[in-house]
Design a protein around this ligand. Sequence first.
Ligand code: UDP
Length: 390
Amino acid sequence: MSLTFDVLLYTLQRILIFFSDTGGGHRAAANALREGFHHQFPERYEIIYVDGFKECAPFPFNQIPLTYFPLTTYTPWLWSGLFHFSNTRWTLPLAAAFDDFILRRGCANAIRRRKPALVISVHPLINRAPCNALRAVAPHTPFVTVITDLFDAHGMWFSAASDLLTTPTQGAFERGVRWGFPQAKMRVVGQPIALQFAEKFAAQGTDESVTTWRARLNLKADVFTLLLVGGGEGMGPLRAIARALDEAELPIQLAIIAGRNDTLRVQLQNVEWRVPVNIQGFVTDMPDWMRASDVVITKAGPGTIMETLAAGKPMILSGNLPGQEEGNVTFVEKTGVGVLRTTPEAIVKQVRAWLAPGNPELAHMQESARREARPAAALEIVKLMDALLR
Ligand code: UDP
């Protein structure tokens, strides 16, 4: 038994995925790729995650992920400034050189230690350095960049000499063209999201009813359900939005997912709600929550947007992080899958309008969501990667 296991491990090809927990989206993309590899090519690959900043950068740069939540939440102007300042033809090379300087040696060590057959990046800041490190350590090993921003992808995504670069949308592809990335190496395949979305997408209309899903999650069966999320970190004014909806005297229930934001979760639990409310911390069954809802209210996180489309639900974007999420708003509005409403009052007004009898907008948006969804993107991406190894 153990010998078989040892032989299996020996014959598995290793794949390294460089990521960082800045928000929840990069890890979610890495998880979806791992799931895709195991589903599509069982017993062929061993997937190893490398938490780029934590493992490869020296102190104090290994602390960078800890700055993401406070920077984006309390000083968004500074985050925006850093994003835009580093995203020009003149400044990008400097930013890329600095990033390379702090990460390359650690990335090279990580690669040497694990001897991978393929290296993947799902993070714009841990992209060029592992690619350069790989070229030095194992020049014939392929490197792939998987972009997880929907539209205005930062130039850092295109700063590595990747053998393959996948983009979630045509908009991000065109961004790559403008940055001069070789078109022949780019593919528009969608955002890697959990395979459960694909299974549920395929089963829509045939599987259990929404009522059953709601019962499973402790939601009321016949009440219009709004799912409130703020990415992995529970960002944005979720509490103010929930309070405004609660006070609006609408026939609704709320499912609120606070993610890793424990302060928010406890605050929400201490509110006396008038409408039925279901409060959760970090959930691992997002496909079920989306499936059980009528509308998703979220910041413009790329992962959540693509998951909402795959669940076939209309969305209200309550705002966006400055910089990398600005283009996600453009994507949602252009494709007609949701609207941007940046104040609790505007969100209440929109929900009230959608609930008015005979309003056709929700049905149109559901159709658009199904058209834009790429629920099986993870499988498409891993097939492209597998092809690089044959
Ligand atoms: N997510 C999750 N459980 C939670 C909250 C969020 O699995 O309780 C996942 C969500 O499904 C999505 C990711 O975290 O895949 C959030 O990614 P997104 O790009 O929307 O935002 P980010 O957190 O990266 O800013």
